[in-house]
Design a protein. Structure first.
Length: 202
């Protein structure tokens, strides 16, 4: 694995990139027995920042990723993605400082791609499929809210349609989830949520 010198990754083979956005990249990895999704969060931006701003950004990105790992350790399973075998750790990736950990590798197609297919085919999804997504989403929101956690980034790109009868859809990316009454960790970046999907009052 050329991108990182981390001993946590020594026994893993790097596969194709599964997704990217913002400060993150996600890769498929395989150790010969299991396939997982390696999540890399860069701790710096592509441009030059004032040293104090750079430190603030790195601390925020590190803290957000640690919080995501903590939440997945508490809530992973059912319709929320599970943690994988690689623990949270600091590393260097593509000569940039980063933090990394792994999640289970989800087989399937993200909901936005399923919706695109339906539009191209001019064939709306069955009501049972729509209902399954909504019920799963409500279940995720309820589970998190019992601990006063708000996901803050539920969108089709963060929902995997698996085709598995036990887990027909799985929600992922809790990177900006927020504990009501807790400390905000989105001061140095673009703020909570994805503009197109978040409530107008935020």
């Amino acid at each position: 694995m050329q991108q990182s010198k981390s001993p946590h990754l020594a026994q893993w083979t790097l596969g194709p990139i599964l997704g990217s956005g913002g400060f993150k990249k996600v890769f498929s990895i395989d150790n010969g027995q299991v396939k997982e999704a390696l999540k890399i969060t860069y701790l710096n931006g592509p441009g030059q920042l004032d040293p104090l701003e750079a430190d603030e950004l790195a601390n925020e990105l590190r803290a957000r990723t640690e919080r995501e790992v903590t939440l997945l350790s508490q809530f992973g399973g059912d319709c929320i993605v599970r943690l994988g075998g690689i623990p949270f750790h600091e590393t260097t990736w593509e000569d940039r400082p980063a933090v990394a950990y792994s999640e289970e590798h989800l087989e399937g197609m993200t909901l936005d791609k399923v919706m695109d297919q339906s539009r191209r085919r001019k064939s709306p999804p069955a009501w049972s499929e729509v209902r399954a997504v909504y019920l799963a989403g409500l279940g995720v929101i309820e589970r998190l809210w019992e601990a006063r956690i708000v996901h803050r980034d539920i969108k089709p790109q963060n929902v995997m349609v698996t085709g598995d009868g036990a887990r027909p859809v799985v929600f992922f990316d809790l990177g900006i989830a927020f504990h009501v009454g807790g400390e905000s960790l989105t001061a140095a970046t673009l703020g909570p949520g994805t503009l197109y999907y978040r409530a107008p009052e935020t």
